[in-house]
Design a protein around this ligand. Sequence first.
Ligand code: 5GP
Length: 176
Amino acid sequence: MVTVKDKVFAPFIEKTTLEQRIVEMGGEISRDYKGRNPLFVVVLNGAFMFASDLLKGVDVLCEISFIRLASYEQTQSTGKVKQILGLAETVQGREVIVIEDIVDTGLTMSELVSQLKAKGAASVEVVTLLHKPEALKTAIDLKYVGFEIENRFVVGYGLDYDGLGRNLDAIYVLAD
Ligand code: 5GP
């Protein structure tokens, strides 16, 4: 068990299990994108550790960019929208692969994918380490999913609880 701030978390996905699956995912992406020069877009902060390990196993010529998503209120009718910060590369005509830590409701990812398509990306695919199918609120095509998990709160391996716990080398789940 680990304590992060005021909560106790139990082991959920071991380090070696993560490593094995991530090597497989890198292999799949390498096969699918052979000769295609994709642009990886890593969503900070949560995906930093996953992206670092995943990309070591990707052996195609590629570029890697890092973005943050900032929530801001646009108008009352559209509600909260997420703005992409830090995307230095042009995505026009590029084959984009978004790297995310976890897809929960899917709302963040579906908006990001639409924004990248609107910027002229030739294709946009998603690779996520974790996915909570029960929490999904919108139809979204996730091409590469590391692990489908139940709808519980997890930390570690990049994922935080109130800013803490990102440095844990495995995934832990909130103990009940
Ligand atoms: P979505 O728009 O899919 O609901 O939001 C995804 C984002 O919510 C993730 O990038 C992550 O920041 C956060 N999130 C969702 N579930 C969890 C979880 O179990 N643990 C942590 N640490 N963050 C989560």
